[in-house]
Write a protein that binds this ligand. Structure first.
Ligand SMILES: Nc1ncnc2c1ncn2[C@@H]1O[C@H](COP(=O)(O)OP(=O)(O)OP(=O)(O)O)[C@@H](O)[C@H]1O
Ligand SMILES: [Mg+2]
Length: 139
């Protein structure tokens, strides 16, 4: 299903609604070109989960970890990741098996590992204030 997010408020509402459905061990794959709104979505999702830390893209550190009300949130950005060995070192599986943890991965289309099916979010730029989002949730 594709929907239009016509403003930051729409993106916030979309993230807030999704936050209510999350359970421990869920992971969200975020795919979309530069500036399509992946980090902005993560920011609003974290806010809805009660994260008080500042959320920014972990482009250089690769992994950020935030504590929300109920969940720990692991935020990864694979944009700069080129080597499979680095990917293995991220130990994504390890995070997925931890208690009360949600994993969010920007540029997840670069993953070469076998992982459980994610909540898949595809974002694309429509115009300055509008993004299109497609979400697919595992059955
Ligand atoms: N409806 C909208 N939803 C999300 N972001 C929007 C929207 N309208 C405008 N924007 C702006 O678009 C930009 C999206 O940037 P953001 O860093 O979230 O993208 P990104 O997909 O994470 O990019 P990158 O691949 O570089 O990490 C922000 O400046 C944000 O304010
Ligand atoms: Mg980003």
């Amino acid at each position: 299903m594709t929907q239009l997010l016509k403003s930051l408020d729409d993106t916030k509402a979309f993230a807030t609604d999704l936050a209510k459905t999350l359970t421990s061990g869920d992971w969200i794959s975020l795919v979309g070109e530069l500036g399509s709104g992946k980090t902005t979505f993560v920011h609003y999702l974290c806010e809805a989960l009660g994260v008080s830390d500042e959320v920014h893209s972990p482009t250089f550190t690769l992994v950020n970890c935030y504590q929300g009300r109920q969940f720990r949130v692991i935020h990864m950005d694979l944009y700069r990741l080129d080597h499979e060995v680095d990917m293995a070192n991220l130990d994504i599986d390890g995070y997925l098996n931890q208690d009360q943890t949600i994993v969010l991965i920007e540029w997840a289309d670069k993953l070469t590992l076998e992982l459980p099916e994610p909540i898949s979010i595809q974002l694309s730029y429509v115009d300055e204030t509008t993004r299109a989002v497609q979400i697919k949730v595992p059955e």
